[in-house]
Design a binder for this molecule. Structure first.
Ligand code: GAL
Length: 417
């Protein structure tokens, strides 16, 4: 009897211990750089869904748009053999870490969720290595957008500029009326973001592909590329003197508050308008950067999961399923400003900018012109990207001529290969 009681107590203790061990394990650490108002709100959708699946969220935010700071922290965590369970990644990063055999293979979850069929092929290029799934795409942003303050546009009787020349003329009117034409944040990735649009506008999708994806020296050194730098020079003339170092979301606030008329930025900017309670078509306008109408320069945020023991892997699987849950994809992207990374999510529920983006993506998919963003690491490998960043940001912040910029572009790319 006594023995039995002891055994029962011991069993109870063991159960208790096991329970607390499970509680500790039932947590997924997620590293990301979504710290702005709109970004954080969108992330809440994913957090809630993970909770419903029985896992708590350990938040590891590393502030800094574009993710440069997060990538540095990640490298340090990997070096000390302590990577987070799930990490936000862009472009070639997933493939690089998969090649180093550091990531959890997600094939079984992908099969269950029909990812092969539902995820657009240009995204899969950054999710799969050697035919296996390692990256889970949560969104499809595009960055060839202008976000405009509608009140200023109405007051000055401006309509969305259709050509770059029209944009220049509009900027002139805006400045004369006492507003800053272009809200800009002087950080390398933001200058690179503008450059994406300038290259597309100057040469179209085929040229963009030759130059920024294939890195063809002829395209990189061409007159068309010079025109892209000319656009950048004109845009430099539209910003206020306090632009250096400014965060992207503070630049968005300038448009929201009516200090500035426009911002050229990916559609995560829309998340800031929305989180400030602003409505498209009423308070702000979304328009494609002139000369890029109907084109789609994509930025897809993906999560990769780092190899861990079996218990942690279960959490990673739950996390991957949460990311790809069609309901999460709908709600998350409606808040974030992007469009779903699965093709089976309906367009209703998205605002007019979101619906336009979905339509542009489908057209670009059909025409084979959906191209990855250089600025956000989905056009060229990291080493070349860094080299081109330097050229672009040096040009933007100096008086260099477009001709000289093109020459240093060709050399920089060549040396980076
Ligand atoms: C991008 C990322 C977006 C985003 C932006 C600003 O790199 O793809 O999702 O929110 O940075 O943080």
């Amino acid at each position: 009897m006594f023995k039995k009681r002891i055994a029962a107590v011991a069993a109870g203790l063991f159960a208790c211990h096991a329970l607390s061990a499970i509680a500790a394990d039932k947590q997924v650490e997620v590293m990301h750089w979504w710290t702005s108002g709109g970004e954080a709100k969108a992330l809440g959708v994913l957090k809630d869904n993970l909770k419903q699946r029985g896992y708590s969220w350990k938040d590891s935010p590393i502030a800094g748009g574009g993710g440069e700071a997060a990538r540095t922290v990640l490298r340090a965590r990997i070096a000390s053999n302590n990577p987070p369970d799930a990490v936000q990644m862009l472009g070639f990063s997933v493939l690089d870490y998969a090649e180093q055999d550091l990531l959890t293979n997600l094939d079984s979850i992908a099969k269950k969720g029909d990812w092969d069929k539902q995820v657009p092929a240009p995204l899969q290029r950054f999710s799969k290595a050697d035919g296996h799934w390692y990256g889970v795409p949560i969104d499809v942003h595009s960055d060839n957008w202008i976000w405009a303050n509608k009140k200023i546009f109405d007051e000055l009787k401006l309509t969305p500029p259709q050509t770059f020349e029209e944009l220049v003329a509009d900027a002139d009117k805006i400045r004369k009326a006492g507003y800053i034409p272009l809200a800009h944040g002087g950080q390398a990735w933001q200058e690179a973001t503008i450059f994406d649009s300038a290259v597309m506008s100057a040469g179209g999708p085929k040229f963009y592909n030759e130059a920024l994806i294939k890195l063809d020296p002829k395209a990189l050194g061409s007159k068309t590329m010079e025109k892209a730098f000319d656009q950048l020079r004109a845009l430099r003339g539209m910003v206020d003197p306090n632009f250096p170092g400014r965060d992207w979301n503070l630049a968005t606030s300038m448009v929201i508050n009516g200090k500035a008329a426009m911002q050229i930025m990916g559609d995560w900017a829309k998340g800031e308008f929305a989180s400030a309670g602003k409505k498209p078509g009423v308070d702000f306008l979304c328009m494609r950067y002139p000369g890029t109408q109907g084109n789609f320069i994509f930025v897809t945020d993906q999560f990769a999961t780092f190899k861990a023991g079996n218990e942690r892997q279960a959490g990673q699987y739950a996390f991957a399923e949460a990311v790809m849950d069609p309901k999460v994809q709908a709600q998350f992207n409606q808040i974030k400003g992007s469009v779903p990374a699965r093709l089976d999510v309906p367009a209703d529920g998205f605002d007019e900018c979101g619906q336009k983006s979905m339509a542009d993506m489908r057209t670009a998919l059909k025409n084979g012109t959906m191209v990855g963003s250089f600025a956000h690491g989905q056009a060229m490998p990291e080493a070349s990207k860094t080299a081109v960043y330097d050229v672009v940001t040096h040009f933007f912040n100096s008086n260099q001529s477009s001709g000289d910029a093109v020459k240093s572009l060709v050399t920089a790319v060549q040396n980076s290969k």
